[in-house]
Design a protein around this ligand. Structure first.
Ligand SMILES: [Zn+2]
Length: 244
């Protein structure tokens, strides 16, 4: 068995949800998770202006596992849940700058109102975006009996792969919830990397199945987003030295 790599990599993984203007004053969570299309556009313009390169989660995993080189100024863009507004408002901006991003799809929600269709997801795939798995129905995986847990993880992978006609190797936990049994099933299903919602920017081989992310909220501006890219805040519960 290959020894674990001790490489520690700095790579901010930004986490987006809705790219829209939420006008419902009672939808507190929805408003918090909504980035206005104009703000998103300014955030991407800033990344482009400052010379950032977007990498996929697979590229990050390949760097951590095999030492494949990464650009010095790198950032991973991730979009959770597969909302249609991501297709409408994020994709054109990503294309404008030649950026790549990872979209985590809930297989059972595809084609529902407000979610992307399979046709749109295939378009993302063709446009060079990475498609990841976000379970069948977005349940808290830590509460499920074994059999249902496997279906939520592996069933979603099979469905997405069937539509895209190629393997899909990255995963994100609904609401960031995972435990030992969930991690074991994600590994057994063949995923090489999985995104959590734990905050942080340093990654290592042992954290590949719960990669840290930086949540970008409605309250963020391009400037606050940029500050997260510079702030090499570690992972307080797992102190790891910064190694360039
Ligand atoms: Zn989600």
């Amino acid at each position: 068995m290959r020894a674990l790599s001790h490489r520690v990599t700095f790579a901010p993984i930004l986490m987006f949800h809705y790219i829209r203007v939420d006008r419902n004053p009672y939808d507190y969570l929805g408003i918090r998770l909504s980035v206005a299309p104009s703000t998103f556009s300014s955030e991407m313009a800033l990344l482009h202006r400052y010379g950032y390169h977007t990498i996929t989660l697979t590229q990050l995993a390949d760097h951590i596992r095999y030492g494949r080189p990464l650009p010095r100024k790198r950032v991973v863009l991730t979009f959770d849940d597969g909302y249609e507004d991501q297709y409408k408002h994020a994709l054109p901006v990503l294309r404008r700058y030649g950026f790549r991003a990872t979209f985590f799809i809930v297989s059972g929600f595809v084609n529902r109102p407000r979610y992307m269709t399979w046709r749109q997801i295939k378009q993302l795939d063709r446009d060079g975006m990475e498609i990841g798995v976000h379970t069948v129905s977005h349940l808290d995986l830590t509460t499920l009996p074994t059999r249902f847990l496997w279906h939520q993880i592996y069933g979603a992978k099979l469905a997405i792969e069937w539509h895209l006609r190629h393997p899909v190797r990255v995963f994100a936990y609904p609401s960031g919830a995972f435990d030992g049994a969930v991690l074991a099933d994600v590994r057994r299903a063949g995923f090489i990397a999985a995104a959590s919602t734990l905050p942080g920017t340093l990654h290592a081989e042992r954290t590949l199945l719960y990669l840290y992310r930086v949540r970008i909220l409605n309250s963020d501006t391009p400037q606050t987003m940029y500050s997260y890219l510079l702030d090499r805040f570690g992972n307080p519960w797992e102190p790891t030295p910064y190694v360039p």
